[in-house]
Design a protein around this ligand. Structure first.
Ligand SMILES: Nc1ncnc2c1ncn2[C@@H]1O[C@H](COP(=O)(O)OP(=O)(O)OP(=O)(O)O)[C@@H](O)[C@H]1O
Length: 630
């Protein structure tokens, strides 16, 4: 007996639908690409599972997609004889947003349609695109191998709820009927539908069929017959010779497999013959998906063996730091029953993977060399932080990745990351000892750091690092082209001081020693040392990391991640040319000296981005010192 159950959409789904309909209005025809792509996936899955269980074919030998329409009933139907879904799968896949990343994405929506429409570009389109053209969608499905009576009908107007009913369905697979909106008449047209199919889905791996038409002499019109004909080429795109594939074909195929509605930045298509035989078609997207940093996000390539689909998201084919790469690997050397476990320790896969990584990195290097930097910088903006992970993760390709890095520096002055390490070396003096950098919590903090003063004065460029991953990045990048990377907040920067030390009189040297000794005594445990600085020109003092110690920025990051480290007092460096420090030199009163020394330490810590342990005490101290001099 069949009964109808009504379910409410999750609120997020409603939100998503509204947004999608608005954002994709000018691109409405992609609904067909998305539904055909889902149908093709379902056929792929069936073909794969039927390899070990022929009964799933239910006696049908051809796997195909049918697209038909009924002008009078105002419907378009897309059906496949693929894997189908059980009732539970329908509930889980359609009308629910299970993925936590998606939920987070939706929580971030502002409610401002124009603004949110841009965001939707980061979001996979998929089944919901049906509601751009339809005011009601009926999905009927039956899992391959299940009883005929175990079909499921899902119906929704895309407004808050859907109904579910158990129905009998003779053929396995899924059929989706769209009740077309009044203003979408253009799609109730054979020519239009056929056109969309050949534009977007020509190279789907399966035949797409439509009813044949015949000229009716009497009525003087083309009339549909009862016979189906194939309307796409159905040749897997990657198997075609490059010379026969247009940019548009590549782009449409990318959009089909990625559900991205932006075109890709580029593609890399190779056929490899010899000891190993495989084809790879890799895409670098132009825009990052919303869940690029989501740990649960699936990544990897689609794996085929001799054109039979094996699995999606074969993560072993791409390292995590290239998780944005999409595409297909079709191997002739793997068995059809290859599993994820086997992939993890398979020599063929390892070779394909390392060759694919190399191809992606080489392609990026090629784009990075273009005269017009906009393509590469666009890529860097979207994926740079992910690529940086590679420096930590992929030792073998460290040098290649280092060349692809881009940084903000004191040379350009803005926050845009545009400077390569090579460029830095090209314009630095040969005798410069190191590639200098500073890591801070934000670009503004890095740029405003007093540590930069001497570098500015000497005209030495400094990399300004402020992305979360940067501290790790520099801890894994000791040198580039033979030059060491060095933090400007590290304890020893003696190379910058030499010239000055030589010109100092004996008397001055002694006075400075006395000063540091005095301040060190006053500050006691609050510092691990007090020194005369080489780095400041305008500020009175700064804090630096004690030799061999963890930088204060790193310590703060570890703390945020719940790992607190034993507190290491900083080294305080004093600028002897600064008026406040000069006054300190002459100060006799021990108590007053201590107050001023603490005050200098606290402001140096603030400038370093270190939150003060007791801001109230700092303010009180400052006010009482101000009151004295006013
Ligand atoms: N024709 C179909 N046959 C079988 N299952 C289907 C079919 N269409 C959709 N599905 C199931 O519903 C799920 C959700 O489909 P939907 O198009 O919303 O997202 P998707 O295909 O996973 O892609 P993306 O999230 O990248 O847009 C699919 O993953 C699949 O499991």
């Amino acid at each position: 007996m069949s009964h109808t159950e009504t379910h409410a959409f999750q609120t997020e789904v409603n939100q998503l639908l509204k947004l999608m309909i608005h954002a994709l209005y000018s691109n409405k025809e992609i609904f067909l690409r998305e539904l055909v792509s889902n149908a093709s996936d379902a056929l792929d899955k069936l073909r794969f599972e039927a390899v070990s269980n022929d009964a799933l074919n239910e006696g049908e030998s051809e796997l195909a997609i049918q697209v038909s329409f009924d002008k009078d009933a105002r419907t378009i139907t897309i059906s496949d004889n693929g894997i189908g879904m059980t009732r539970d799968e329908v509930i889980a896949n359609i009308g629910t947003i299970a993925n936590s990343g998606t939920k987070k994405f939706l929580e971030n929506l502002s409610g401002d349609q124009a603004k949110d429409s841009n965001l939707i570009g980061q979001f996979g389109v998929g089944f919901y695109s049906s509601f751009i053209v339809a005011d009601e969608v009926v999905l009927e499905t039956r899992k391959a191998g299940a009883e005929l009576a175990d079909g499921t009908r899902w119906v929704s107007k895309g407004e808050g709820e859907f109904t579910l009913e158990t129905v009998e369905k003779a053929s396995k697979g899924t059929s989706i009927t769209l009740h077309i909106k009044e203003d979408m008449n253009e799609f109730l047209d054979r020519f239009r539908l056929k056109n969309i199919i050949s534009t977007y889905s020509d190279h789907i791996n399966f035949p797409i069929k439509m009813l044949k038409t015949e000229w009716d002499e009497e009525a003087k019109v083309e009339k549909e017959t009862a016979e189906f004909e194939q309307v796409n080429k159905a040749t897997a795109l990657w198997t075609q010779p490059k010379s026969e594939i247009s940019e548009e074909d590549y782009s449409n195929f990318y959009q089909t497999i990625s559900h991205d509605f932006n075109a890709p930045l580029t593609q890399i298509h190779n056929r490899v013959e010899g000891t190993l035989e495989y084809t790879s078609l890799l895409y670098i997207p132009e825009k990052a998906p919303f869940d690029l940093y989501d740990r649960d996000r699936r990544y990897g390539l689609k794996l085929y063996v001799k054109r039979v689909f094996i699995m999606d998201d074969a993560e072993h084919l791409m390292p995590a730091y290239l998780r944005f790469v999409r595409g297909v690997i079709d191997s002739a050397d793997l068995p059809l029953n290859v599993s994820r476990e086997i992939l993890q320790s398979n020599k063929v896969v390892d070779k394909i993977r390392s060759a694919s990584v190399k191809r992606v990195l080489d392609e990026l290097a090629k784009i990075a060399k273009e005269d017009d930097q906009s393509r590469y910088l666009g890529f860097w903006k979207q994926f740079g932080n992910v690529l940086k992970e590679g420096l930590v993760e992929d030792f073998a390709n460290k040098e290649k990745i280092a060349k692809l890095l881009r940084f903000a520096t004191t040379h350009t002055g803005d926050a845009e990351q545009t400077v390569s390490l090579q460029k830095y070396l090209d314009r630095c003096k040969d005798e410069q000892e190191a590639i200098y950098y500073i890591v801070a919590d934000s670009h503004a903090a890095a740029k405003g750091s007093p540590h930069l003063e001497v570098f500015r004065k000497k005209g030495i460029e400094v990399l300004l690092l402020s992305d979360r991953i940067d501290e790790w990045l520099v801890s894994h990048l000791d040198e580039f082209e033979g030059k060491k990377l060095k933090s400007i907040t590290a304890a020893d920067l003696k190379e910058l001081a030499e010239d000055e030390a030589e010109t100092l009189s004996e008397e001055d040297k002694q006075a400075r020693e006395a000063l540091t000794e005095k301040v060190k005594n006053a500050l006691a445990d609050a510092v691990s040392d007090v020194r005369i600085t080489h780095r400041l020109t305008d500020s009175p003092a700064c804090v630096v990391t004690a030799e061999g110690g963890i930088s204060s920025h790193m310590a703060r990051m570890m703390e945020q991640m719940g790992q607190s480290l034993p507190k290491q007092p900083p080294v305080l460096e004093l600028n002897p040319e600064h008026v406040l420090v000069k006054k300190l030199e002459q100060m006799e009163d021990a108590d007053k000296l201590q107050q001023w020394a603490l005050f200098l330490l606290e402001q140096a810590q603030l400038a370093d981005g270190e939150p003060l342990a007791e801001p109230g005490v700092f303010i009180k101290r400052m006010n009482s010192l101000l009151a004295e001099v006013m």
